[in-house]
Unconditional design. Sequence first.
Length: 288
Amino acid sequence: MLVIGSHVGFNKDSQLVGSVKEALGYNANTFMFYTGAPQNTKRSGIDDGLTLEAYNLMKENGIKLEDVIVHAPYIVNLANKTDIDKYSFSKRFLKEELNRCELLGMKYLVLHPGSHVGQGVEVAIQNIADALNEVLEGSKVIVLLETMAGKGTEVGRNFEEIKSIIDKVVHKDKIGVCLDTCHLNDAGYDVNSFDKVLDEFDKVVGLKYVHCIHINDSKNPCGSHKDRHENIGYGTIGFDSMIKIIYNDRLKNIPKILETPWIGDYPPYKEEIESIRNKKFNDKLKED
Ligand code: FE
Ligand code: FE
Ligand code: ZN
């Protein structure tokens, strides 16, 4: 079955209930959320009453708890140790975030590996792995390393870097990968031949590590290292290739999450999900 949803909000008043309601409004059967704003680390306490209410709503509507994804905020950077205060803060915040995920009953937390900020990839990979080994000790939640576009000094811009991090992580059952189609394209992988990309991933890392896919078209050509998401069918990947990726048999049952841009002040997820389910491009989404 196609498991598809989008990034949704999570605010302190309605918490998971609000997230589920938003997802249902898009006719989604999963969703991804940040436990607060994506850009900052301000977080409030989890209300168990709201969580239980959300569970009931999910059950009634066929959303499985294990398909729901949490995303860590962007400013967590485990790659760079030159500012030791920032590195320590990132570790501490991530540990708290894993606790929040556990309180909410969430299985997966997506994490950007980080940026090395001039220290070099090798040092960065060791820093990331050291931090992960610390925070994953005793964790019930699985951290999914996201494949990155290679913007600036981002680590995780190819499968080899992801593999090097996983190799150094002690608890292999607590680590996985989130593929992002825009990032793969921008990193230089030809997602138009997606089976070849999966072959490559399987050879280097192992497909069993993939537990989430961010489905985004890209504003930029393959290998551009830009990371600017585009609505499905409106970018350089194109509708047909996106459909082939989304319906690829090897990724069946793996949650697919849209992180495509809003159109003005409107989140287009209901329309995009519908066009994906119908396999029919919606050319009315954007009037250019
Ligand atoms: Fe991400
Ligand atoms: Fe992503
Ligand atoms: Zn991105």
